[in-house]
Structure formats: structure tokens, C-alpha cells
Ligand binder design. Structure first.
Ligand code: PGA
Ligand code: ZN
Length: 444
């Protein structure tokens, strides 16, 4: 069978915010693998570099140079490579780039080629992508459903970025989504009744952009929606505070709800929110360089069973994750392939997190496309949790809808992570053995 890459093409498409982004086609014979590249807005400063053209087109955001890089620089080098050798391809992309952070080629070039190649290889082997990547893929994730948006994802004055419900008590993934959707519908009615119809407009990830400023009020109304839908016993709550955006480097404080908080005061606030609202997951509670604060917060809340996720802190980067593991900062990794720039590197970081007893939450970017690839990737990792927005907006539902298909494909083999969402190393016996990859071991 022929596995040699025949051609690599790229084109401009639009993401859900109307910004241009890259779509890559990798061809082997007549088999096409295609992948889109998402983009962040509240990005970590240590992410792999996303290149944009500058200049007048799309107000500086065009990606014509990235397309040229893919077709003129990358393609001639990767044509002829074995598309099933993902590790070799990704290593080659790193070498061709030659920088520590994809600054030469652009992570928005490398990630597109890397993911499109994986898709093409899976198609050639006749397997769904999740099963091509891992022989024992079978865990359906708990969705971290973002029902109220704040921060840079919307135009209200709510400082924390995401208020999330997690249907951990559901019996299956599809039941979890049904519960979350019903909560979304119930919450919409409550939001309109209390704040008026404009308050039910939505932010970038589909959560309500309600004009709330106090995080307590947001958690309280979220819980009201959940209660009205009848799922209070099956739901726990999560936050993404994206606190790097709240940090004042001059004052060394965080700005929340019109007040300045020291790191210690903010930890106290989180501690109260955990106590009062059954918050069991907090992402980026502190700024990306507040390492001591992260360690103190993890010691305090991690010991109470709260998941502490590093997004801007770790940026899916092995050096930063290693530092966090050594410092006791966070106990879970937010996993975004485009933060590091190739699939193999991202998988290696996830495995590193699992080995250290950290959970892994696979995540969308706020600027997504209709490409549902993270649905396959979360099942390929058996990671047990996915963050892909609210159950509305096509670029979000694309991921949920792909997970419905995967659940159907797995049939009786599907296991819903449920209350064991915190990761392989925290007692989910049914996935304790990480298994081997069907094609190549990408973690080698
Ligand atoms: P981003 O935000 O994709 O804009 O970086 C999402 C998040 O912070 O999780
Ligand atoms: Zn985040």
C-alpha cells in the first residue's frame, strides 16, 4: 500500500469570528486528509507563534504568508514522506522550523500540516482517527459546558472568562449533552426574565453574555438554571478565570469585580466559591508567571479535590509542564495542539501530564472552525474531559456532534468518564493502562 505524501495544499478559510485561518489538504494517492487551524484570543504569551501578514488585508490578520510557507517551503520537503510516520513528520517540521516556538514557519502552518497528515493516514488505514491514534480509545469525555461568557470572549464586564457546568452524573456522553442543553434552555429563560432579552446574547463560545459583574452572581444564576432543568445532583461547576488578563503588573494585584486582590486574597475568594457553589474545576485561577501563587493555591484547593487546570500557565509545553510538576503548580493540563504546533509534541505533553498524575482537558480555541478534530483527539487520549463551549453555535456543536458519532461507533465499548473525569492517574481503573497506538507509538 502506498503511504507516500503526494501533495500538500493550503487555503484561506474564515473562523467563527470572521478572521482568516488556514485549511490544509494532505494527499496520498487519491486519499485526502484535511484539517483546519483554530486561533485563540486570550492567548498565553508562551504559546508557539501564530504568524499573520500584517498590512491592510483583513486588518492585518490575513495568512497569505502562512499559505505560501505551507505550499512553497513545507510541501516540497514532505512530499514523499510516509504519512503514517506521524512522529517522523512532526520531528521533521520542528527541524525545518528550527526555533523553539515555531517562530520561523508559524505554528498555524505546522499544526495544519500535522493534523491533516494524521487524518489522511487514518483514512488510508480505514480507521476513525481516534482509533488510528490509539488501539484502546474508548473513553467519552465529560463536557465542560461553558454557559456564561465573560473576559475577552464577550463584551460584558464579567472578569472571569467562563462559567461552566459539568454533567458528571450522567450515564453516558449523549445523556450528558442532553442535560447540558436542557440547562442552557432553562438558563436562557431565567436570564431573560431577570436581565432582559439583550442579556441572552452570546459570546464567542456560545455562553450567555449576560451583564453580570460579580462572579458569585454568575455562579448563582448558573446553578438556578441547572436546578430549573432538574440536574442539580448530577452537575458540578467549573471556571476558567483566564487570570493573566486580570493581573496588574504594576500593582501586583488582580482586578476582579471592581476590586484589587492580592494572590492570597484571590485564593481566599476561590476557596469560598468552591465551598459555596460546588466548583470542582478552576482553570487559570492565577497569572501565567505567578508560580508561587499557583503552588499555594494547588496545595490548598487540590487537597480538597478541586481540579486546577493550567492553560496559559503551561501552554501545552513540556518545559513549562515540567516546571509545574516540580513546583506542585496545578494538577491538570489544558491541552491545545496549536499551543505547541504539532500533534506528536502535544500527545507527548499529555502523556507527561498523565504520568505525573495530572488530568488532561482537551480544549477548543475561542476562534474555532467547523473542524471537529478535537473530538477524535480527546477519545484518542482517553483524557476524559473536553472543553468546547456551549451547546450552541455550529463550530461548537460540530465537536459535540462528532462525539455522538464516536459514541455510536464504540457502542458497548464506550465508557463515559463521569465523576472520574480528573484523569487516568486518579483512579479511573478502566483506563489505567494507556495502551498502544494502532499505527506508531507517538509518545516514543
Ligand atoms: P483562547 O481562550 O482560545 O482565546 O486562548 C480559551 C481559553 O482560555 O481556554
Ligand atoms: Zn483558558
Amino acid at each position: 500500500m502506498n503511504f507516500e505524501i503526494r501533495s500538500v495544499l493550503a487555503r484561506r478559510i474564515l473562523d467563527c469570528r470572521g478572521y482568516p485561518t488556514v485549511q490544509v489538504d494532505v494527499w496520498v494517492g487519491d486519499t485526502l486528509g484535511r484539517a483546519d487551524v483554530p486561533a485563540g484570543r486570550s492567548t498565553g504569551s508562551n504559546e508557539a507563534v501564530e504568524l499573520r501578514d500584517g498590512g491592510p488585508r483583513y486588518r492585518g490578520a490575513d495568512i497569505q504568508r502562512v499559505i505560501a510557507t505551507i505550499e512553497e517551503t513545507i510541501a516540497p520537503h514532505v512530499i514523499g514522506l510516509d504519512v503514517t510516520d506521524q512522529l517522523g513528520l512532526d520531528r521533521f517540521l520542528c527541524e525545518l522550523d528550527g526555533t523553539p516556538n515555531k517562530a520561523a514557519l508559524g505554528a498555524n502552518a505546522t499544526v495544519g500540516v500535522s493534523l491533516a497528515a494524521a487524518r489522511c493516514a487514518a483514512k488510508l488505514t480505514g480507521l476513525p482517527l481516534h482509533r488510528y491514534l490509539r488501539a484502546d480509545s474508548h473513553v467519552l469525555p465529560v463536557p465542560l459546558v461553558n454557559l456564561i461568557n465573560g473576559g475577552r470572549l464577550t463584551s460584558n464586564d464579567l472578569d472571569f472568562q467562563e462559567f461552566i457546568c459539568m454533567p458528571v452524573g450522567a450515564s453516558s456522553f449523549s445523556e450528558a449533552l442532553r442535560m447540558a442543553s436542557e440547562c442552557h434552555m432553562a438558563l436562557r429563560e431565567i436570564v431573560i426574565a431577570r436581565y432582559g432579552k439583550l442579556a441572552a446574547n452570546t459570546g464567542d463560545e456560545g455562553g450567555f453574555a449576560t451583564p453580570i459583574v460579580d462572579p458569585r452572581e454568575a455562579l448563582a444564576i448558573l446553578h438556578e438554571g441547572v436546578e430549573a432543568a432538574g440536574y442539580a445532583a448530577d452537575m458540578v461547576y467549573g471556571l476558567d478565570c483566564a487570570a493573566t488578563q486580570l493581573w496588574d503588573p504594576d500593582k501586583h494585584t488582580y482586578r476582579v469585580n471592581g476590586r484589587d486582590y492580592t494572590t492570597e486574597q484571590l485564593i481566599d475568594l476561590y476557596s469560598e466559591l468552591v465551598r459555596d457553589f460546588n466548583v470542582q474545576s478552576i482553570e487559570d485561577p492565577l497569572a501565567e508567571e505567578d508560580w508561587d501563587g499557583w503552588a499555594a493555591l494547588t496545595a490548598e484547593l487540590g487537597s480538597r479535590g478541586v481540579q486546577i487546570i493550567g492553560d496559559d500557565l503551561f501552554v501545552t509545553n513540556p518545559q513549562r509542564l515540567q516546571r509545574g510538576i516540580e513546583a506542585g503548580a496545578a494538577n491538570a493540563l489544558l491541552w491545545k495542539v496549536n499551543q505547541i504546533g504539532t500533534l506528536s509534541e502535544a500527545i507527548a505533553v499529555a502523556e507527561m501530564a498523565f504520568r505525573a498524575g495530572y488530568g488532561v482537558c482537551v480544549s477548543e480555541r475561542s476562534g474555532e472552525t467547523e473542524d471537529p478534530i478535537i473530538a477524535d483527539l480527546v477519545v484518542a487520549l482517553n483524557a476524559g474531559q473536553i472543553k468546547t463551549g456551549s451547546p450552541v453555535r455550529g463550530e461548537r456543536t460540530a465537536k459535540y456532534n462528532r462525539l455522538f458519532q464516536i459514541e455510536e461507533w464504540l457502542g458497548a465499548d464506550a465508557v463515559y468518564a463521569g465523576r472520574q473525569f480528573k484523569g487516568r492517574a486518579t483512579g479511573r481503573g478502566n483506563v489505567a493502562d494507556s495502551g498502544s497506538y494502532a499505527s506508531r507509538d507517538l509518545t516514543a
